[in-house]
Design a protein around this ligand. Sequence first.
Ligand code: HEC
Length: 119
Amino acid sequence: MKNQSHKILGLGILIAGIILLMSAAPKPSANNMTTMNPPVKDSTEELKAQALKVLETRCNVCHKKKNPFMLFKEKNMEKRAEKINKMVFITGRMPKGDTPLTQKEYDTLKNWINSLNLN
Ligand code: HEC
């Protein structure tokens, strides 16, 4: 038991170190994050799958409790992309609560939304 938690702690420190190193890297432009992403697989399907994972793990957990019709699914996420964009990137109202998305999760959602060419 004790041994286990040491391992987890060590892993946590390692990950924190990696994140620190990555965030110390110079950012070419302040506001245009999409240009500096690591090359994500250039297929809409792949972007969508990654975005769905963020929606499922970071948004549905809470939405599920409020209203089962508010769940994001593969079938409805495109129809809701505009709302997601508004709530997450324009008004910043989502995700509600005190667990903000990581930069990577924001980038994933943004890349997917950009790939849809909404206006
Ligand atoms: C801690 C709870 C919680 C989390 C986490 C959360 N939401 Fe919500 N969300 C709500 C609640 C409650 C509402 C409805 C009331 C409101 O609009 O504030 C809502 C409403 C919304 C709506 C508007 C629904 C509609 O049909 O108009 C969108 C879009 C949305 N959330 C997107 C997201 C996205 C995207 C995430 C994840 C990045 C997210 N939410 C995470 C609680 C949450």
